[in-house]
Ligand binder design. Structure first.
Ligand code: NAD
Ligand code: DAU
Length: 336
Protein backbone atom coordinates (compact mmCIF):
# COMPACT_ATOMS: atom_id res chain seq x y z
CA UNK A 1 0.00 0.00 0.00
CA UNK A 2 1.11 3.55 -0.77
CA UNK A 3 0.18 6.06 1.91
CA UNK A 4 -0.64 9.59 0.79
CA UNK A 5 -1.26 12.53 3.11
CA UNK A 6 -3.60 15.01 1.46
CA UNK A 7 -4.09 18.35 3.20
CA UNK A 8 -7.23 20.41 2.57
CA UNK A 9 -9.05 17.31 1.31
CA UNK A 10 -12.45 18.64 2.42
CA UNK A 11 -12.30 21.59 0.02
CA UNK A 12 -13.25 21.69 -3.64
CA UNK A 13 -10.19 20.32 -5.44
CA UNK A 14 -8.91 18.26 -2.50
CA UNK A 15 -12.18 16.33 -2.16
CA UNK A 16 -12.32 15.63 -5.89
CA UNK A 17 -8.70 14.45 -5.73
CA UNK A 18 -9.25 12.14 -2.73
CA UNK A 19 -12.22 10.53 -4.50
CA UNK A 20 -10.27 10.22 -7.76
CA UNK A 21 -7.28 8.63 -6.03
CA UNK A 22 -9.28 6.07 -4.04
CA UNK A 23 -11.31 5.11 -7.11
CA UNK A 24 -8.41 4.91 -9.54
CA UNK A 25 -5.79 3.13 -7.40
CA UNK A 26 -6.70 0.19 -5.14
CA UNK A 27 -3.19 0.24 -3.66
CA UNK A 28 -3.47 3.73 -2.15
CA UNK A 29 -4.40 4.75 1.40
CA UNK A 30 -5.37 8.39 1.97
CA UNK A 31 -5.06 10.43 5.15
CA UNK A 32 -6.87 13.75 4.86
CA UNK A 33 -5.77 16.54 7.21
CA UNK A 34 -8.23 19.43 7.11
CA UNK A 35 -9.02 22.25 9.52
CA UNK A 36 -12.61 22.53 8.27
CA UNK A 37 -12.61 26.28 7.71
CA UNK A 38 -15.70 27.90 6.16
CA UNK A 39 -14.60 26.28 2.86
CA UNK A 40 -13.96 22.81 4.26
CA UNK A 41 -17.01 20.57 4.26
CA UNK A 42 -17.28 17.00 5.53
CA UNK A 43 -20.27 16.57 3.22
CA UNK A 44 -17.83 16.77 0.26
CA UNK A 45 -16.50 13.30 1.19
CA UNK A 46 -19.54 11.90 3.01
CA UNK A 47 -19.70 9.00 0.52
CA UNK A 48 -16.17 7.94 1.56
CA UNK A 49 -16.40 8.48 5.33
CA UNK A 50 -16.32 4.72 6.03
CA UNK A 51 -14.00 3.77 3.18
CA UNK A 52 -11.43 1.24 4.49
CA UNK A 53 -8.51 3.06 2.84
CA UNK A 54 -9.51 6.57 3.97
CA UNK A 55 -8.88 8.38 7.25
CA UNK A 56 -9.91 11.92 8.16
CA UNK A 57 -7.99 13.96 10.73
CA UNK A 58 -9.31 17.36 11.73
CA UNK A 59 -6.36 19.68 12.20
CA UNK A 60 -4.48 22.77 11.10
CA UNK A 61 -1.40 22.55 8.86
CA UNK A 62 0.24 25.25 11.00
CA UNK A 63 -0.03 22.96 14.06
CA UNK A 64 3.41 21.33 14.33
CA UNK A 65 2.33 18.67 16.80
CA UNK A 66 -0.53 17.39 14.67
CA UNK A 67 1.57 17.54 11.51
CA UNK A 68 4.49 15.72 13.19
CA UNK A 69 2.10 13.06 14.47
CA UNK A 70 0.72 12.08 11.06
CA UNK A 71 3.54 12.70 8.59
CA UNK A 72 5.91 9.86 9.64
CA UNK A 73 5.62 6.85 7.37
CA UNK A 74 3.66 8.42 4.52
CA UNK A 75 4.97 8.10 0.96
CA UNK A 76 3.84 11.53 -0.18
CA UNK A 77 2.39 14.78 1.14
CA UNK A 78 0.15 16.65 -1.30
CA UNK A 79 -0.66 20.12 -0.02
CA UNK A 80 -4.04 21.50 -1.15
CA UNK A 81 -4.80 23.27 2.16
CA UNK A 82 -5.09 27.00 1.64
CA UNK A 83 -7.17 30.09 1.94
CA UNK A 84 -8.16 30.26 -1.71
CA UNK A 85 -10.46 33.22 -2.43
CA UNK A 86 -8.96 36.45 -3.81
CA UNK A 87 -11.81 38.69 -2.63
CA UNK A 88 -11.48 37.45 0.96
CA UNK A 89 -7.73 38.14 0.84
CA UNK A 90 -8.54 41.74 -0.05
CA UNK A 91 -10.75 42.05 3.06
CA UNK A 92 -8.16 40.42 5.37
CA UNK A 93 -4.85 38.88 4.34
CA UNK A 94 -3.92 37.48 7.78
CA UNK A 95 -5.40 33.98 7.42
CA UNK A 96 -3.76 33.76 3.98
CA UNK A 97 -0.29 34.43 5.34
CA UNK A 98 -0.85 32.05 8.24
CA UNK A 99 -2.16 29.05 6.33
CA UNK A 100 -0.60 29.50 2.92
CA UNK A 101 2.88 30.53 4.07
CA UNK A 102 3.37 29.30 7.64
CA UNK A 103 1.30 26.17 7.00
CA UNK A 104 3.46 25.26 4.01
CA UNK A 105 6.60 25.88 6.08
CA UNK A 106 5.28 23.56 8.83
CA UNK A 107 4.64 20.79 6.30
CA UNK A 108 8.06 21.27 4.67
CA UNK A 109 9.80 20.99 8.04
CA UNK A 110 8.00 17.74 8.82
CA UNK A 111 8.68 16.32 5.34
CA UNK A 112 12.34 17.13 5.86
CA UNK A 113 12.51 15.78 9.43
CA UNK A 114 10.85 12.47 8.56
CA UNK A 115 12.47 12.15 5.12
CA UNK A 116 9.23 11.77 3.21
CA UNK A 117 10.04 10.79 -0.40
CA UNK A 118 7.70 13.29 -2.11
CA UNK A 119 6.10 16.68 -1.43
CA UNK A 120 3.68 18.24 -3.91
CA UNK A 121 2.70 21.88 -3.56
CA UNK A 122 -0.60 22.68 -5.25
CA UNK A 123 -0.03 26.22 -6.42
CA UNK A 124 -1.76 28.47 -8.90
CA UNK A 125 -1.22 30.36 -12.15
CA UNK A 126 -2.05 33.56 -10.21
CA UNK A 127 1.55 33.66 -8.93
CA UNK A 128 2.56 34.83 -12.43
CA UNK A 129 0.39 37.95 -12.20
CA UNK A 130 -1.62 39.23 -15.14
CA UNK A 131 -1.25 38.90 -18.93
CA UNK A 132 -2.19 41.44 -21.59
CA UNK A 133 -4.39 40.37 -24.50
CA UNK A 134 -1.72 38.00 -25.89
CA UNK A 135 0.90 35.57 -24.59
CA UNK A 136 0.94 32.69 -22.12
CA UNK A 137 2.37 31.84 -18.70
CA UNK A 138 5.18 29.29 -18.96
CA UNK A 139 7.10 27.77 -16.04
CA UNK A 140 9.81 30.38 -16.74
CA UNK A 141 7.50 33.40 -16.43
CA UNK A 142 8.72 35.56 -13.51
CA UNK A 143 6.53 35.56 -10.42
CA UNK A 144 4.54 38.80 -10.11
CA UNK A 145 1.59 38.17 -7.79
CA UNK A 146 -0.96 40.98 -7.58
CA UNK A 147 -3.33 40.03 -4.74
CA UNK A 148 -2.60 39.13 -1.11
CA UNK A 149 -3.85 35.62 -1.99
CA UNK A 150 -1.47 35.16 -4.92
CA UNK A 151 1.38 36.78 -2.97
CA UNK A 152 0.91 34.24 -0.18
CA UNK A 153 0.92 31.39 -2.73
CA UNK A 154 4.05 32.79 -4.41
CA UNK A 155 5.75 33.03 -1.00
CA UNK A 156 4.91 29.38 -0.37
CA UNK A 157 6.28 28.41 -3.80
CA UNK A 158 9.54 30.17 -3.02
CA UNK A 159 9.80 28.39 0.33
CA UNK A 160 9.26 25.04 -1.42
CA UNK A 161 11.91 25.96 -3.98
CA UNK A 162 14.36 26.90 -1.22
CA UNK A 163 13.81 23.64 0.71
CA UNK A 164 14.57 21.73 -2.47
CA UNK A 165 17.64 23.83 -3.23
CA UNK A 166 19.05 23.95 0.31
CA UNK A 167 18.06 20.58 1.76
CA UNK A 168 17.42 18.52 -1.37
CA UNK A 169 13.81 18.09 -0.30
CA UNK A 170 12.02 16.08 -3.02
CA UNK A 171 9.40 18.67 -3.90
CA UNK A 172 7.37 19.39 -7.02
CA UNK A 173 5.10 22.38 -7.64
CA UNK A 174 1.98 22.51 -9.83
CA UNK A 175 0.44 25.76 -11.06
CA UNK A 176 -3.04 25.37 -12.45
CA UNK A 177 -5.58 27.72 -13.99
CA UNK A 178 -9.21 28.27 -12.87
CA UNK A 179 -11.00 25.06 -11.91
CA UNK A 180 -14.73 24.39 -12.11
CA UNK A 181 -16.81 21.33 -11.29
CA UNK A 182 -18.78 19.68 -8.48
CA UNK A 183 -18.29 20.67 -4.82
CA UNK A 184 -16.89 24.13 -5.55
CA UNK A 185 -17.76 26.60 -2.81
CA UNK A 186 -20.33 29.11 -4.15
CA UNK A 187 -18.14 32.18 -3.62
CA UNK A 188 -16.21 31.52 -6.85
CA UNK A 189 -17.55 32.81 -10.19
CA UNK A 190 -19.17 29.70 -11.72
CA UNK A 191 -20.84 28.15 -8.63
CA UNK A 192 -21.84 31.60 -7.30
CA UNK A 193 -23.58 32.44 -10.55
CA UNK A 194 -25.21 29.01 -10.89
CA UNK A 195 -26.59 29.06 -7.35
CA UNK A 196 -27.82 32.66 -7.63
CA UNK A 197 -29.52 31.92 -10.95
CA UNK A 198 -31.15 28.78 -9.56
CA UNK A 199 -32.83 31.18 -7.09
CA UNK A 200 -33.59 33.81 -9.77
CA UNK A 201 -31.15 36.16 -8.05
CA UNK A 202 -28.90 38.65 -9.91
CA UNK A 203 -25.30 37.81 -10.80
CA UNK A 204 -22.60 40.40 -9.94
CA UNK A 205 -20.13 40.85 -12.83
CA UNK A 206 -17.04 42.83 -11.80
CA UNK A 207 -16.18 45.81 -14.01
CA UNK A 208 -17.13 45.22 -17.64
CA UNK A 209 -16.81 41.42 -17.54
CA UNK A 210 -13.91 41.54 -20.02
CA UNK A 211 -11.41 39.75 -17.77
CA UNK A 212 -10.28 36.40 -19.13
CA UNK A 213 -9.68 33.13 -17.27
CA UNK A 214 -8.44 29.76 -18.61
CA UNK A 215 -10.99 27.19 -17.37
CA UNK A 216 -10.22 23.58 -16.55
CA UNK A 217 -12.49 20.84 -15.23
CA UNK A 218 -11.41 19.77 -11.76
CA UNK A 219 -11.01 16.12 -12.84
CA UNK A 220 -8.50 17.12 -15.50
CA UNK A 221 -6.58 18.93 -12.76
CA UNK A 222 -6.77 15.82 -10.53
CA UNK A 223 -5.42 13.60 -13.33
CA UNK A 224 -2.53 16.00 -13.81
CA UNK A 225 -1.66 16.07 -10.08
CA UNK A 226 -1.77 12.27 -10.01
CA UNK A 227 0.84 12.14 -12.80
CA UNK A 228 3.02 14.83 -11.25
CA UNK A 229 3.00 13.18 -7.85
CA UNK A 230 4.09 9.82 -9.30
CA UNK A 231 6.30 10.81 -12.24
CA UNK A 232 7.09 14.52 -12.05
CA UNK A 233 10.77 15.44 -11.68
CA UNK A 234 11.70 16.79 -8.25
CA UNK A 235 12.62 20.44 -8.11
CA UNK A 236 10.41 21.17 -11.12
CA UNK A 237 7.32 23.28 -11.67
CA UNK A 238 4.48 21.99 -13.89
CA UNK A 239 1.87 24.35 -15.35
CA UNK A 240 -1.61 22.88 -15.82
CA UNK A 241 -4.30 24.59 -17.89
CA UNK A 242 -7.56 23.88 -19.66
CA UNK A 243 -6.65 25.67 -22.92
CA UNK A 244 -10.06 27.23 -22.67
CA UNK A 245 -10.05 31.01 -22.41
CA UNK A 246 -13.35 32.75 -21.76
CA UNK A 247 -14.25 36.28 -20.68
CA UNK A 248 -16.36 36.49 -17.55
CA UNK A 249 -19.18 37.85 -19.66
CA UNK A 250 -19.01 34.80 -21.96
CA UNK A 251 -19.26 32.56 -18.89
CA UNK A 252 -22.19 34.61 -17.60
CA UNK A 253 -24.12 34.34 -20.87
CA UNK A 254 -23.39 30.61 -21.14
CA UNK A 255 -24.84 30.08 -17.66
CA UNK A 256 -27.89 32.26 -18.31
CA UNK A 257 -28.59 30.37 -21.53
CA UNK A 258 -28.08 26.92 -20.01
CA UNK A 259 -30.43 27.76 -17.15
CA UNK A 260 -32.99 29.58 -19.32
CA UNK A 261 -32.66 32.85 -17.36
CA UNK A 262 -32.98 36.45 -18.68
CA UNK A 263 -30.00 38.77 -19.21
CA UNK A 264 -31.80 41.28 -16.95
CA UNK A 265 -30.29 39.29 -14.04
CA UNK A 266 -26.80 40.61 -14.92
CA UNK A 267 -25.53 43.35 -12.57
CA UNK A 268 -22.30 45.13 -13.46
CA UNK A 269 -20.76 45.95 -10.07
CA UNK A 270 -17.65 47.73 -8.78
CA UNK A 271 -14.49 46.05 -10.05
CA UNK A 272 -12.25 43.91 -7.84
CA UNK A 273 -9.29 46.10 -6.69
CA UNK A 274 -6.16 45.12 -8.61
CA UNK A 275 -8.22 42.76 -10.82
CA UNK A 276 -5.91 40.65 -13.02
CA UNK A 277 -6.93 41.08 -16.68
CA UNK A 278 -6.08 37.73 -18.18
CA UNK A 279 -4.65 34.32 -17.28
CA UNK A 280 -3.62 31.78 -19.94
CA UNK A 281 -1.45 28.75 -19.38
CA UNK A 282 1.12 27.15 -21.66
CA UNK A 283 1.09 23.52 -20.51
CA UNK A 284 3.49 22.14 -23.12
CA UNK A 285 5.84 20.82 -20.41
CA UNK A 286 3.38 18.49 -18.68
CA UNK A 287 2.05 17.37 -22.06
CA UNK A 288 5.50 16.48 -23.37
CA UNK A 289 6.97 15.02 -20.19
CA UNK A 290 3.99 13.23 -18.67
CA UNK A 291 1.61 12.75 -21.60
CA UNK A 292 -1.20 14.70 -19.91
CA UNK A 293 -3.97 16.44 -21.86
CA UNK A 294 -7.15 18.18 -20.68
CA UNK A 295 -9.98 15.79 -21.60
CA UNK A 296 -13.25 17.42 -20.56
CA UNK A 297 -14.72 19.74 -23.23
CA UNK A 298 -15.82 22.97 -21.53
CA UNK A 299 -19.44 22.95 -22.76
CA UNK A 300 -19.93 19.37 -21.57
CA UNK A 301 -18.18 20.01 -18.22
CA UNK A 302 -20.23 23.14 -17.62
CA UNK A 303 -23.52 21.30 -18.38
CA UNK A 304 -22.57 18.50 -15.96
CA UNK A 305 -21.55 21.03 -13.31
CA UNK A 306 -24.87 22.87 -13.59
CA UNK A 307 -26.67 19.52 -13.29
CA UNK A 308 -24.64 18.67 -10.17
CA UNK A 309 -25.73 21.90 -8.43
CA UNK A 310 -29.34 21.34 -9.51
CA UNK A 311 -29.22 17.85 -8.00
CA UNK A 312 -27.50 18.92 -4.78
CA UNK A 313 -29.70 21.72 -3.54
CA UNK A 314 -29.37 20.50 0.08
CA UNK A 315 -25.56 20.85 -0.16
CA UNK A 316 -26.03 24.39 -1.48
CA UNK A 317 -28.67 25.33 1.12
CA UNK A 318 -26.47 24.14 3.99
CA UNK A 319 -23.77 26.57 2.84
CA UNK A 320 -25.87 29.58 1.89
CA UNK A 321 -26.70 30.73 5.40
CA UNK A 322 -24.96 32.25 8.45
CA UNK A 323 -21.34 33.16 7.66
CA UNK A 324 -21.99 32.96 3.91
CA UNK A 325 -24.75 35.59 4.05
CA UNK A 326 -22.60 37.89 6.16
CA UNK A 327 -19.74 37.53 3.66
CA UNK A 328 -22.09 38.13 0.74
CA UNK A 329 -23.40 41.36 2.21
CA UNK A 330 -19.88 42.58 3.02
CA UNK A 331 -18.60 41.75 -0.47
CA UNK A 332 -21.56 42.79 -2.60
CA UNK A 333 -23.35 45.27 -0.34
CA UNK A 334 -26.64 43.40 -0.71
CA UNK A 335 -28.24 40.33 0.79
CA UNK A 336 -28.27 37.33 -1.51
P1 NAD B 1 -10.98 25.50 -1.06
O1 NAD B 1 -11.02 26.85 -0.43
O2 NAD B 1 -12.22 24.94 -1.67
O3 NAD B 1 -10.48 24.43 0.02
C1 NAD B 1 -9.43 24.67 0.90
C2 NAD B 1 -9.43 23.56 1.95
O4 NAD B 1 -8.30 23.76 2.81
C3 NAD B 1 -10.67 23.54 2.84
O5 NAD B 1 -11.12 22.23 3.02
C4 NAD B 1 -10.17 24.12 4.16
O6 NAD B 1 -10.88 23.66 5.29
C5 NAD B 1 -8.73 23.64 4.15
N1 NAD B 1 -7.86 24.48 4.99
C6 NAD B 1 -7.76 25.84 4.97
N2 NAD B 1 -6.88 26.24 5.90
C7 NAD B 1 -6.38 25.13 6.49
C8 NAD B 1 -5.40 24.89 7.49
N3 NAD B 1 -4.78 25.91 8.10
N4 NAD B 1 -5.13 23.62 7.84
C9 NAD B 1 -5.77 22.58 7.25
N5 NAD B 1 -6.71 22.74 6.30
C10 NAD B 1 -7.01 24.00 5.92
O7 NAD B 1 -9.80 25.56 -2.11
P2 NAD B 1 -9.69 24.87 -3.55
O8 NAD B 1 -10.32 25.74 -4.56
O9 NAD B 1 -10.05 23.44 -3.45
O10 NAD B 1 -8.09 24.99 -3.77
C11 NAD B 1 -7.22 23.97 -3.29
C12 NAD B 1 -5.80 24.36 -3.63
O11 NAD B 1 -5.64 24.51 -5.02
C13 NAD B 1 -5.36 25.68 -3.01
O12 NAD B 1 -4.04 25.55 -2.58
C14 NAD B 1 -5.46 26.68 -4.16
O13 NAD B 1 -4.53 27.72 -3.99
C15 NAD B 1 -5.12 25.80 -5.33
N6 NAD B 1 -5.70 26.18 -6.63
C16 NAD B 1 -7.04 26.41 -6.75
C17 NAD B 1 -7.58 26.70 -8.01
C18 NAD B 1 -9.07 26.94 -8.20
O14 NAD B 1 -9.47 27.31 -9.29
N7 NAD B 1 -9.91 26.72 -7.20
C19 NAD B 1 -6.74 26.75 -9.12
C20 NAD B 1 -5.37 26.53 -8.96
C21 NAD B 1 -4.87 26.23 -7.70
O1 DAU C 1 -6.35 30.96 -11.54
C1 DAU C 1 -6.42 30.10 -10.45
C2 DAU C 1 -7.19 30.76 -9.34
O2 DAU C 1 -8.55 30.79 -9.77
C3 DAU C 1 -7.07 30.06 -8.01
O3 DAU C 1 -5.75 30.15 -7.56
C4 DAU C 1 -8.00 30.67 -6.96
O4 DAU C 1 -7.96 29.90 -5.77
C5 DAU C 1 -9.40 30.66 -7.51
O5 DAU C 1 -10.27 31.33 -6.60
C6 DAU C 1 -9.46 31.36 -8.88
O6 DAU C 1 -9.19 32.79 -8.73
P1 DAU C 1 -10.04 33.89 -9.54
O7 DAU C 1 -9.95 35.16 -8.80
O8 DAU C 1 -9.71 33.89 -10.98
O9 DAU C 1 -11.51 33.19 -9.39
P2 DAU C 1 -12.95 33.82 -9.05
O10 DAU C 1 -13.94 32.71 -9.25
O11 DAU C 1 -12.98 34.53 -7.76
O12 DAU C 1 -13.14 34.89 -10.21
C7 DAU C 1 -13.09 34.49 -11.58
C8 DAU C 1 -13.30 35.76 -12.42
O13 DAU C 1 -14.65 36.20 -12.21
C9 DAU C 1 -12.41 36.91 -11.99
O14 DAU C 1 -12.05 37.66 -13.15
C10 DAU C 1 -13.31 37.76 -11.09
C11 DAU C 1 -14.70 37.53 -11.68
N1 DAU C 1 -15.82 37.58 -10.71
C12 DAU C 1 -15.74 36.82 -9.60
C13 DAU C 1 -16.73 36.85 -8.66
C14 DAU C 1 -16.65 36.02 -7.40
C15 DAU C 1 -16.92 38.39 -10.97
O15 DAU C 1 -17.01 39.07 -12.00
N2 DAU C 1 -17.92 38.42 -10.03
C16 DAU C 1 -17.86 37.71 -8.87
O16 DAU C 1 -18.81 37.81 -8.05
Amino acid sequence: MTRVLVTGGCGFIGSNFVRYLLQSDPEVQVINLDKLTYAGNLANLADLADHPRYRFVRGDITDREIVRSIVPGVDAVINFAAESHVDRSIHDSSPFIRTNVLGTQTLLDAVREFQIPRFVQISTDEVYGSLGPTGYFTEETPLAPNSPYSASKAAADLLVRSYHHTFGLPAVITRCSNNYGPYQFPEKLIPLFITNLLNDQPVPVYGTGANVRDWIHVLDHCRAIDLVWRRGRVGEVYNIGGECERTNLQITHALLEALGKPTSLIRFVKDRPGHDLRYAIDCTKIKNELGWRPQVPFDEGLRETIRWYQQNLDWVAAIRNGEYLRYYEKQYGVLV
